[in-house]
Ligand binder design. Structure first.
Ligand SMILES: [Zn+2]
Length: 219
């Protein structure tokens, strides 16, 4: 893969491999959160949105150890229940519980399976829709992981710039990204990739956005 192929790629799996995503558990977890939110209408009914947002807290290291243990014990018990079942009969509600436990395992394991998750989520959609799901996920990979074929821009970060980025990150109000671009430009940043990323009205922004992370010094 080269830089142009990265920009146009619609295979999230290949992109995650290319940028060696598994090295960065925080960003991988934010990618999982974005994928789940995209698929929320297709997630099992027992997969509460609260669990997904708790994965975001886990990504940022602010989910309590007690709660993390509770979640892990619950999904391990659930998976144990299914392993020990002798009947193959799966009702809708059992299928729901099983999918929830599997997804929780992916979201809350210590070592998130960076490369398979995109496909698992895409398979929740009917076959004709999967191509567009992969395309959307590829945009999210480009949103969270900087282009591995371009050097990471270096620029001055004034207090104003950091305050705006902190506000965006804490509130997830990404509609103010163009304001961040203006502040960056005022502070002397003229990096085209950064400014375009902030000002693109069609960009998908999620927590873990590589530009906001760069400003805040998050990796
Ligand atoms: Zn972004």
């Amino acid at each position: 893969m080269n830089s142009d192929e990265w920009i146009n790629c619609i295979e999230p799996h290949s992109m995650l491999v290319e940028c060696n995503a598994r090295r960065n558990k925080r960003k991988v977890r934010h990618y999982f959160v974005a994928c789940c939110l995209k698929a929320r209408k297709r997630l099992p009914s027992s997969m509460a949105l609260e669990l997904i947002s708790e994965c975001g807290l886990y990504a940022d290291g602010v989910l309590s150890a007690k709660r993390l243990k509770e979640i892990r014990v619950k999904y391990e018990n659930e998976l144990d229940f299914f392993n020990k079942r002798t009947s193959n009969r799966i009702t809708a509600s059992l299928g729901d519980r099983y999918t929830t436990a599997l997804l929780c395992k992916r979201l809350f394991t210590n070592d998130p399976p960076a490369y398979n998750f995109s496909t698992e989520i895409a398979w929740l959609f009917p076959e004709p829709q999967r191509k567009s799901v992969f395309k959307w996920q590829s945009n999210v990979v480009r949103e969270i992981f900087p282009n591995p074929f371009q050097s990471v821009p270096v620029f001055r970060k004034g207090r104003d710039v950091i305050a705006i980025a902190e506000g965006i990150y804490s509130s997830s109000q990404f509609d103010t990204m163009p304001i961040l671009a203006d502040a960056l430009e005022d502070a002397g940043c003229n990096n085209e990739h950064i400014l375009t990323h902030c000002r693109n009205p069609h960009a998908v922004h999620v927590r873990g956005c590589w530009v906001v992370d760069l400003v805040l010094g998050k990796s």
